[in-house]
Structure formats: C-alpha cells, structure tokens
Design a protein around this ligand. Structure first.
Ligand code: HSE
Length: 307
C-alpha cells in the first residue's frame, strides 16, 4: 500500500557515547526534527527548511531529501516527485546528530509513503544522507535515530545493529556557541592507534555493554571514557576539562563529548538542574556562551501521521 502524505519526527542522538567511536549511539527524547512529505506528479521535487538554521534547499543537497531520494531509488522509483518540509529542531554542527536526524527522518518519510518497513533499507538510505554532509558513511547516529534506545553498530560491513533498552537516567547537554564540522573533526584523528589505546577502549566498551545490560547507571557513567577521539577533539572545545570537572563536582556520573562536538553531555540520576548550571558556568568562565537542556534516552524516529 502506498500513501500521498506523511509526517515524521526524528530525534537528536549522541554518537560514540564514550568508548564506542563510530559504533555506539544513544537516542535522545528531544530535541527532534519534524519532516513532512507530499507526493508530487512528474518527478518534481521541492524542499523547504523551517526554523532559525540555514540549510540547503536543493533536493540533492539537503540531507533529508537526499536520503529520501536514495530510499526511493533503492525501491526502483528513480523519478519519485515530492515536496518536503524540514522543521529543524536542533542546531547543525553541534554534535547532536543533526544531519542524522534529518537523514533518518527523510528516509523514514519516504519509506512511509512507499509502505517500506525494512529498517535496514531505511538505515542505508539515511547513512547516505549522513555521508553527504560529513564525508563519511558512519552509522552510529543514524542507527540511534532510527532504532531508538542505545545502539551498537556491531559489524560495520554487514551493518548489524544491536539495540538495547537503556535504563532511566538524565542526559544533560551543553552546546557552546562554536561550530565544529564533523568532516574536520574526523580529519584530525590519527589513522592508526596504539595497541595500548585500543586495549583501553575494548575494555571500556565491553564494560559499557555490561553496564547497559545490567541497567546500572553508575557503572554506565564510569565507562564514559575514550582514547580514540576525545584526546584529540577536546582541544577543539575551550574549557572542556573544566566543564567535565564542574559537572562531576555537581553530581554527574559521567561526562563526554557528543559525537564530534562541540556538545558536551553528562549523565545523572538526579541533580540535573545543578549539573546543567555548573556546565554552563564553566563554559562561561572559558569565555563561551552555551545552550543547554536536560533530556532522557528516547525511542527513535516515528511516523506521526500518514494519509
Ligand atoms: N562517530 C562520528 C564521529 C559521529 O565521532 O566522527 C559524528 O557525528
């Protein structure tokens, strides 16, 4: 069965989640993008972006419509015409999976019109949208946005995604008013890592999995460590160490960088308002204003209406 109109919501997510570079993702309950799609005749394509952020509106350059086009092509609809409206709920380039939210939403919106339910197909199309922006086809943010909860891309080649329902905890996010391009934040990483650093990350990532399965939030926080990306990326975020310390002193159970940054997130069970104020204050001392919010793990992109 096919449809003419769909509206989907697609959430922010935290990639890497400490030791799981390009593998772990945590879906957030908010913020969210809202994407509407309407079928158009004769292969005509139009994109509108609403909200305060300027993004491309060319259908082949906008990540949401590009992912939608890729999904349609996979299903044999090369010239599928549509009008799409993307209402951005989050700032691009903040480390909260903004491009993944849009591409997952775009792919899901097209899937809804075509009656496609296969999540793997939606994931592949969404990752192509992600690649358009970041220059690399990583699956951590899009997996979290599509599947919800805590996700692990356990095999990059076969795109195997494991989904775990995380326990209840608060996620406190502070986004300083600087922008970091994912493409650049990936280019600064070394192409090879030492055996010792790899061993550290394997241990922490395994510990994180165990903590998630045990639903032990304190233990989850204790494994929010990383040797593969954070040591290089923390340099890009003025005041990162101070924000980490301030959050921990205020009661955070663990602190790390969201994806490629500059968002810094903390997790806690209680004390969230105090932790948020401490993080914002530490950024302010480092000379940076920041936007901050408190959320919880979320359930993933969903179809809000279909007709
Ligand atoms: N895993 C990716 C990175 C996420 O850290 O580069 C980027 O959004």
């Amino acid at each position: 069965m096919t449809f003419d109109r769909a509206v989907v919501s697609s959430p922010a997510s935290i990639a890497n989640f400490g030791p799981g570079f390009d593998a772990f993702g945590l879906c957030l309950e908010s913020p969210k993008d809202r994407i509407s799609i309407r079928r158009l005749p004769d292969g005509k394509r139009m994109v509108k972006v609403l909200g305060k952020h300027t993004l491309p509106t060319h259908p082949e350059k906008n990540t949401a419509s590009y992912a939608a086009i890729k999904l349609a092509e996979t299903c044999g609809h090369e010239d599928f015409g549509f009008a799409m409206t993307v209402r951005k709920g989050m700032k691009p380039g903040s480390g909260l999976g903004s491009s993944a939210a849009s591409s997952a939403g775009g792919a899901l919106a097209m899937a809804a019109l075509l009656g496609v339910k296969n999540k793997q197909m939606i994931l592949e199309a969404a990752a192509m949208g992600e690649e358009l922006v970041s220059g690399s086809r990583h699956f951590d943010n899009v997996s979290a946005a599509i599947y919800g909860g805590f996700t692990i891309v356990s095999d990059f080649k076969t795109r195997t995604v494991i989904q775990i329902r995380p326990p209840q905890f608060q996620v406190i996010v502070a986004v300083p008013n600087i922008s970091i391009e994912t493409r650049m934040a990936r280019e600064i990483l070394p192409l090879t890592v030492s055996l010792r650093d790899a061993v550290c990350n394997v241990g922490w990532a395994s510990g994180m999995m165990h903590a998630m399965m045990k639903q032990n939030v304190k233990m989850i926080g204790s494994y929010l460590n990383d040797k593969l990306a954070i040591p290089y990326r923390r340099e890009l975020i003025p005041g990162y160490d101070e924000v980490q310390k301030a959050a921990t002193d205020a009661g955070a159970l663990g602190v790390s960088i969201g994806g490629s940054g500059p968002a810094v997130f903390a997790i806690s069970q209680g004390n969230a308002v105090r932790i948020k104020a401490a993080m914002v204050g530490a950024f302010r001392k480092a000379g940076l204003g920041s936007e901050s919010f408190i959320t919880v793990p979320g359930k993933g992109a969903r179809i809000e209406s279909l007709a």
